[in-house]
Write a protein that binds this ligand. Structure first.
Ligand SMILES: [Zn+2]
Ligand SMILES: [Zn+2]
Length: 152
């Protein structure tokens, strides 16, 4: 157990978009990882409220990360106790490690929540997936924060 990297893969949908959730207004939207990782993109704006946030991780991802870390820590403690059990044996003292901790179920991440439409933001020539309702009214470009008025 030396691998302390928790790799959490965020699944993309069939079109290659990943699901984001705005922590400010809890709106869901989707963007392409290639757009998010682009050096030219300094921050991502929520298409619904137009504000930018530190991260847009969905609850699924946060929960998965937490249970992964939790399982890892529990296992580490158990390994340590197992060692003690062996060291103590025959010394007259007794120490029991107990049962191996049950692993918390790591919930798979959903990549689809509801139907979203692809919207092309002319200002940045990039696309995002947003809720149909948002598309009909107005939304903000996730890449530059400029307000974009519905479908022409
Ligand atoms: Zn928002
Ligand atoms: Zn833009």
């Amino acid at each position: 157990m030396t691998d302390t990297n928790f790799e959490i893969k965020i699944p993309t949908d069939n079109d290659g978009y990943i699901l984001f959730k705005c922590p400010k207004c809890t709106n869901y939207f989707k963007v392409k990882p290639s757009d998010v990782e682009d050096d030219g993109i300094l921050q991502i704006f929520c298409p619904a409220c137009g504000l930018s946030s530190e991260n847009y991780l969905t609850d699924d991802i946060i929960e998965l990360a937490l249970s992964k870390v939790g399982n890892y820590a529990n296992n580490l403690i158990f390994q340590e106790m197992k060692k003690w059990e062996q060291e103590f044996s025959g010394s007259g003292l007794s120490f029991k490690a107990g049962k191996k901790p049950t692993e918390e179920y790591e919930v798979p991440i959903r990549s689809t929540i509801e139907a979203m439409n692809v919207r092309l933001y002319q200002c940045c020539a990039r696309t995002a997936k947003i809720k149909p309702l948002l598309e009909m009214t107005s939304s903000y470009c996730p890449f530059c924060g400029v307000k974009d008025f519905g479908t022409e």
